[in-house]
Ligand binder design. Structure first.
Ligand code: ADP
Ligand code: MG
Length: 239
């Protein structure tokens, strides 16, 4: 679904990503993990086309990301950030309606789709007409996920979606999210700094450090045959 070839990215003097080549298969879930500041969000933003690589190429569904193709490619990717990224001055329903309205869906179709997603994400019906500040953090995150799913994208990309939640809410959302992804059979790319979450969601885990993917595989692989001493200390620090 995503294919990166020799992708590089720097901010001024700071090299965030050395030449990186990576494939993410359709229907699989890939987790990007690593310490704060290692470039996880930067990599994710390049995948959704919010940032342009300095070098190399990115393909989505066999098509290069280019300024010309990006607008239609973006419609096939759902992007979720911490705390949902909702507009505070719009109600839940208004937030969810933005993209469908741009695509000129009629109101009946929009309402039906919102109903389906409310069921899927287990949000109470009355949250529909509330503003983001009037619902809980966990509910805001569910709305963020609904918004990412509303156009039925092929891939969903999530940047620390559970980062701002307390443990119990986080646990419930993890369980629900995994169920949703399985049901919908989506390609998932998730950023986290939590090893437990990485193991829970990732078919494949990529550990980023020092501007590169130090190791790609399962947690088991990393524990039994670490690619470098850093991998071992990263795992230890999180246990
Ligand atoms: P992570 O998500 O892994 O915590 P980021 O991808 O957000 O890391 O950032 C990687 C590095 O790039 C950090 O050192 C960060 O300060 C820097 N960085 C990120 N975005 C920018 C930007 N727009 N301009 C300058 N530096 C940036
Ligand atoms: Mg980040």
């Amino acid at each position: 679904m995503f294919e990166l070839t020799d992708v590089t990215k720097s901010f001024g003097e700071l090299c965030v990503l050395q030449p990186t080549t990576l494939r993410m298969e359709q229907g699989a879930s890939t987790v990007l993990i690593g310490p704060s500041g290692c470039g996880k969000s930067t990599l994710l933003r390049m995948l959704v086309g919010l940032l342009k690589p300095d070098g190399g190429t990115i393909r989505f569904a066999n098509e290069f990301l280019t300024p010309q193709t990006l607008p239609s490619q973006r419609l096939r990717m759902g992007y979720v950030i911490q705390d949902g990224g909702l507009f505070p001055h719009l109600t839940v329903a208004q937030n969810l309606s933005l993209m469908p309205k741009q695509l000129e869906w009629n109101q009946t179709r929009i309402d039906q789709r919102i109903d389906e997603l409310m069921d899927l994400t287990r949000l109470p019906k009355e949250t529909r007409h509330r503003f983001p500040q009037q619902i809980s953090g966990g509910q805001r995150q569910r709305v963020g996920i609904m918004r990412a799913l509303i156009l039925e994208p092929d891939a969903i990309l999530l940047d620390e979606p559970m980062g701002a939640l307390d443990p119990m809410v986080r646990y419930e959302l993890q369980e629900d999210l995994r169920q949703i992804f399985r049901t919908l059979n989506k390609t998932v790319v998730m950023v986290t700094h939590d090893l437990g979450e990485a193991e829970f969601f990732g078919d494949t885990i990529c550990l980023l450090y020092g501007g590169k993917i130090l190791q790609k595989g399962t947690l088991q692989d990393m524990a039994t045959s670490p690619a470098s001493p850093y991998v071992t200390s990263f795992l230890k620090a999180q246990r």
